[in-house]
Ligand binder design. Structure first.
Ligand code: FMN
Length: 328
């Protein structure tokens, strides 16, 4: 049922000519993160949702587009960002390789769980990094990490609220570290403690989005965290009512299942500010900075190609009426 993203015969031939076998396999894997339809699996739903969206072309009066992206007073070359990954230790400096690639592309970089030293190594690459802190059971640890992230030179700070619970009704424990649920009051105190923009990752409802806005959060990431809860809706499907509730008042980012410039375009056209890419890039970390950066650039180029063909010359001119939903 879900359409797979498979390389064309021409690009597969080119890859065969260009790349050693292992690298070729990783690139093929990166193009095929969702191999089959799995009932109840949010990754499957998400792929299906992206693929159910079509677009109309608008050539007349279009022009060569710019993918320049403004965020919190800084300018980036693309709205396609890395996703908040963690534990990339193959090779050992995988987190730094991933960050360096974002830096090379002048893209916003996100970083997930990890110790202080690892964050400092990532910041040392020069990547403009948003550090996502876990919902630690002990708020004092959250405050300590906020302070460290500010001192280390992060661009913004976030929290993945979707790691509060395990799947059996208890609080989550991630790599031995205890978590808890966050309340509105907790959120307000984290925002207050952060002199940087504070972002909440893992929002799929108007209810959470409104609470984030009221707590002073600067942005939200629409995400099911790669399918933590079965039957979660595709993040893009959650967008419209969330835009109605908080659109224009905070930044809205999206991750989960973005594997192409076309996916990025659809999300941006419908109203998100920027998208993140995680598992699609992850296998390429083993091949080094240039392999990850090359794929990020190719996705941005594909985004630009779709923008040109749909009459969108800059990100602020995105128009949701370009998108059509499958009716057949
Ligand atoms: C290996 C791995 C580690 C991750 N670690 C974190 C993390 O520490 N914090 C976080 O917020 N999300 C983490 N994520 C989730 C990603 O940020 C992202 O939400 C998810 O992978 C969906 O995006 P994708 O389909 O582009 O991979 C991790 C994902 C993977 C695959």
């Amino acid at each position: 049922m879900a359409a797979m993203s498979v390389p064309s015969i021409a690009s597969a031939r080119q890859a065969a000519a260009d790349a050693p076998a292992a690298q070729q396999q990783r690139q093929a894997a990166a193009q095929n993160i969702i191999p089959a339809w799995r009932p109840g699996d949010p990754d499957s739903f998400t792929r299906y949702y992206f693929d159910s969206l079509m677009l109309e072309t608008r050539y007349l009066d279009s022009d060569i587009p710019s993918t320049k992206f403004e965020l919190f007073g800084e300018t980036f070359d693309t709205p396609i960002m890395t996703a908040a990954l963690s534990h990339l230790h193959n090779p050992a400096n995988g987190m730094a390789i991933y960050a360096q690639a974002a830096k090379e592309c002048n893209a916003v970089h996100w970083m997930g769980m990890g110790e202080d030293k690892e964050l400092e190594e990532v910041i040392a690459t020069g990547a403009r990094t948003i550090k996502v802190i876990k919902p630690h059971r002990d708020n004092a640890e959250v405050f300590r990490r906020i302070k460290h992230a500010i001192g280390a030179g992060c661009f913004a700070i976030g929290m993945d609220i979707d790691h509060s619970f395990n799947s059996t009704g208890g609080y989550d424990v991630v790599m031995g570290v205890p978590m808890k649920n966050e309340t509105f009051e907790d959120l307000k105190s984290f925002v207050k403690a952060s002199s940087l923009p504070f972002i909440v990752k893992g929002v799929l409802s108007v209810s959470d989005a409104r609470k984030c806005l009221d707590a002073g959060v600067a942005g939200i990431v629409l995400s099911h965290h790669g399918g933590r809860v079965k039957y979660s809706i595709p993040p893009l499907m959650a967008l419209e009512p969330i835009l109605d509730a908080v659109g224009g008042k905070m930044k809205i980012f999206l991750d989960c299942g973005v594997v192409s410039g076309m996916d990025a375009y659809k999300a941006l056209a419908l109203g998100v500010d920027a998208v993140s890419v995680g598992r699609h890039l992850m296998p390429l970390v083993q091949d080094g900075v240039e392999a990850v950066a090359k794929r990020m650039r190719a996705m941005t180029a594909e985004l630009a190609g779709v923008m040109a063909a749909t009459g969108v010359t800059s990100l602020d001119k995105m128009d949701p009426t370009v998108i059509h939903r499958t009716m057949f």
